[in-house]
Design a protein around this ligand. Structure first.
Ligand code: TNX
Length: 802
């Protein structure tokens, strides 16, 4: 089961989702209006009665209406997948195709048996005058009608109808209501980075499928970068023969004690990678079309180009051979500006355009560190010949030169907000990631724009501070942060507003080594994104969204998708005083005036159920008990079960999440390369300053201390910032763990040599040491003295006992 790979708390035993939901998943009660529909529809009007489709119910579509047939088939397919219900489809009569009331219309309205003998019908039909993605859904006691002008509208009507059927229901039973719906924005996107880590074609399709459930309609596919070229280009086979492969990114200190020089590594060690063949891309594009998802390919220029240059060195600024990068960050290798390079890019774009029929091509443009261009005599000479004054203007030239190629192919250019420079063609679209300032500048100058602000809509940021989060970035962008991002900006005038095409969240995958983790990072934040992109701000409500999320979770489980329970997951603060343990429990959903979930707990090692005591105030418990807690929404289990033995040993054990980081330079959640169980949390670390604090430790009697450490690769391109990292202070060739009392800059109270851990890629427990008694409570600071940047030592946990 996929859920097995979810990251769980190390110091505690957490019951697995799969198990817990297996026990409690069937309890979902009845449905109310639009219960479970995400994104929330624009208008819902309740009526008396209930539509119930039992055996013999029929789905009817007009004859020769392919769009209606596909929408109906998707509805039937979804119902089969999540409910194991199979409804037959009747492809109808010519009368239906005209959309007029047929002879059976009156019969249907009465709910009597129609010509095929079915009592209850779900009809898909055309209705003129609705918006391009809008639909109308009428649920009456014996008949459901899904109508729309377009195929997309019928499809979205089908998705809503599916979501109206309560999860686990054995029959289709929906309260009578009319739903009139359409999106606030036409661009409702997710960006998938298939470069930093590669996903299988099957995964990409599965993602497109669940995007459709959320009425998300754009997959921006990031296909080229420094760490790989993932798209087969027939004219340039080396792009994927060479450019699609790199060394695994997480090998710490590849040659112990030296900075790994990837260009020296044998081809055989370039073991990580993959690419999409053109046949696979065609299949994915066709699949996406069937889900009304548009794929927008991204070929990133002029930066993020190292993989292409590794494959064809003549594309680069100097002749030095390059390897495909296995490092994260901003690389300095740019395409050169020679005519041959533009011919190459024109050729690449011709193949890209042939594969992706959509109207847009994304040409990146982000983070072009201009060092190489500025330093190169050849680039400077070329710029002078073109009459271009500086490197920024050169990037403008680069983008605009390729924009012309796209225009010739009747395609519109999209780029990150760095492309907004004088001369940018008016029809180019600006994708703003630097907050929303890029959007203001873009729409003010008449460009269409898409909101994709960092860090709120960056799904590589973690969703909570809990140790259950997989590797990623340390800043928190919670489900609520995403939900509360407001795309509508009242400071823009109506004309400017009309240039905002919509919103997009970006899934950068540096730290997402597995597809399961990617799903965890994407779900359910994609549901929050869907609602801000589709539903008008005045209709959105955070508590209401959370309630509707519970049946969405059930659908995710039915489809075998991994998702984050972070919003409901139990957060515990534990304190000790004289034989007692104080425990404060909370979760993200609990905060605010209207708590959506309730926390139930047990002290007898049994699983908490909805009937277990409700947590209302901090608990004071005797030492030695085992506390279990879980969040419920009504009778539905909404979080993993949190477990902790409150005994001496586990209370003295603190992992990197329970310690405090000394600084917030560049915070990441990282994992050691080797020998780590699925239940071990990643390590919280500031790579600019790997340093942790344990506050107010009682040293009156002295303490016994154990620490677990791991070497992590320093595989980051951070330019001159690397000089700010303190290294070179080690007293041996491998370095030491230093423990400081009351301030990290005091002389170390004691040090532990790292030598015993140096040969391992896993976590090593260093020999225990004794910290001498001194009166009162003191802050302990743990940091490393190391000879060089790589490896970067990390503190996994400390254990302090008397
Ligand atoms: C910035 S946002 C990038 C990506 C990284 C991302 C990590 C943007 C256009 N470029 O190359 O993957 O940060 O969060």
């Amino acid at each position: 089961m996929k859920q097995d790979s979810m990251i769980m708390r190390a110091s505690t035993v957490v019951a697995r989702f799969a198990l817990a939901f297996g026990i409690f998943g069937g309890m979902f009660a009845g449905t109310t209006l639009a219960d479970g529909v995400i994104p929330l529809p624009a208008e819902i009007h309740p009526h008396a009665g209930t539509f119930t489709a039992g055996a013999g119910a029929l789905v009817r579509v007009p004859a020769r209406d392919r769009g209606a047939r596909l929408a109906a088939a998707y509805f039937v397919d979804l119902l089969t997948r999540t409910h194991h219900l199979q409804l037959p489809i009747d492809t109808g009569s010519a009368t239906d195709a005209r959309g007029a009331t047929d002879a059976r219309g009156a019969t249907d309205a009465r709910g009597a048996t129609d010509a095929r003998g079915a009592t209850d019908t779900i009809r898909f039909r055309r209705r003129p005058g609705l918006g391009p993605e809008a639909y109308w859904l009428d649920i009456a006691p014996h008949r459901v009608t899904v109508s729309a002008t377009t195929d997309a509208g019928l499809f979205y009507g089908a998705v809503t109808l599916w979501q109206l059927v309560p999860p686990m229901a054995a029959v289709v039973s929906i309260p009578a209501q009319t739903i009139n719906d359409g999106p606030a924005y036409r661009w409702r996107g997710l960006m998938l980075d298939s470069v930093r880590h590669f996903q299988s074609p099957a995964f990409v399709k599965s993602m497109i499928d669940w995007m459709a459930w959320h009425k998300l309609n754009v997959l921006h596919w990031h296909l080229t970068d420094d760490q790989g070229w993932r798209l087969e280009i027939k004219k340039y086979p080396r792009l994927t023969e060479i450019g699609a492969w790199r060394i695994p990114a997480a090998v710490p200190g590849t040659v112990p004690g030296t900075v790994p020089d990837t260009s020296q590594l044998a081809v055989a060690s370039r073991s990580y990678g993959g690419f999409y063949t053109q046949a696979q891309v065609r299949e994915i594009v066709a699949f996406a079309a069937s889900r009304h998802v548009l794929i927008v390919p991204e070929i990133d220029v002029p930066g993020h180009a190292q993989a292409a240059i590794a494959a064809y060195p003549a594309l680069g600024v100097d002749d030095r051979p390059l390897a495909v990068s296995a490092r994260w960050g901003v690389h300095t290798h740019l395409f050169n500006v020679e005519p041959a390079t533009f011919r190459f890019l024109d050729d690449v774009l011709s193949e890209v355009i042939a594969l992706f029929p959509g109207p847009y091509v994304h040409l990146g443009g982000d983070e072009p560190a201009k060092d190489e261009w500025n330093a190169s005599a050849a680039v400077q000479a070329r710029a002078r010949a073109l009459g271009i004054p500086d490197a920024d203007a050169l990037q403008a030239y680069f983008t605009q030169r390729l924009a012309k190629a796209l225009t010739a192919h009747h395609r519109r250019l999209i780029g990150w907000d760095e492309i907004l420079q004088p001369g940018l063609p008016r029809d180019a679209i600006v994708m703003s990631w630097h907050g929303t300032t890029g959007v203001h500048a873009a729409v003010a100058s008449g460009h269409d724009a898409i909101l994709a602000p960092w860090p709120t809509l960056y799904l590589d940021y973690r969703q909570s501070t809990l140790p259950s989060e997989p590797p990623g970035r340390l800043i928190v962008s919670s489900l609520e942060d995403v939900y509360r991002f407001e795309p509508r900006d009242p400071s823009l005038n109506a004309d400017e507003q009309s240039h905002i095409l919509g919103v997009q969240a970006n899934i950068w995958t540096e730290h997402m080594r597995t597809e399961e983790r990617l799903e965890w990072m994407a779900l359910p934040r994609a549901a929050a994104l869907a609602e801000i992109a589709w539903t008008a701000p005045e209709r959105r409500s955070w508590p209401d969204f959370l309630e509707r999320l519970i049946p969405m979770f059930a659908r995710y489980r039915a489809a075998g998708l991994v998702y984050a329970d972070s919003v409901f997951a139990i957060d515990a603060a534990v304190t000790r005083s004289a034989g007692q343990v104080g425990v404060t429990l909370s979760n993200q959903a609990q905060r605010g005036p209207t708590p959506v979930s309730e926390i139930h707990y047990t002290l007898d090692a049994s699983e908490p159920t909805a009937a277990s005591p409700v947590y209302r105030e901090p608990l004071s418990l005797p030492l030695g008990v085992e506390l279990r807690a879980a969040a419920y929404v009504g009778s539905e289990l909404a979080s993993a079960v949190w477990v902790r033995h409150l005994d001496e040993l586990t209370l003295g054990h603190k992992d990197s999440h329970e310690l405090e980081l000394c600084s917030d330079g560049l915070g990441l959640l990282l994992e050691p390369e080797a020998a780590r169980g699925a239940a071990e949390p990643p390590i919280a670390i500031d790579i600019m300053n790997p340093c942790w604090i344990d506050r107010a430790v009682d040293l009156t009697k002295g303490v016994h201390l154990r620490a677990a450490v791991a070497p992590l690769p320093f595989n980051y391109e951070i330019g001159a910032d690397a000089d700010k990292i303190r290294v070179g202070d080690a007293h041996s060739t491998t370095g030491e763990l230093e423990i400081h009392v009351d301030g990290c800059d005091t002389p170390a109270a004691t040090t532990l040599p790292l030598q015993p851990a140096a040969q391992s890629r896993a976590v090593t427990i260093l020999a225990a040491l004794q910290l001498a008694a001194r009166a009162g409570h003191h802050d302990l600071c743990f940091r490393f003295a190391r000879p060089r940047l790589d490896p970067m030592w990390a503190l996994d946990w400390v254990e302090i006992s008397e």
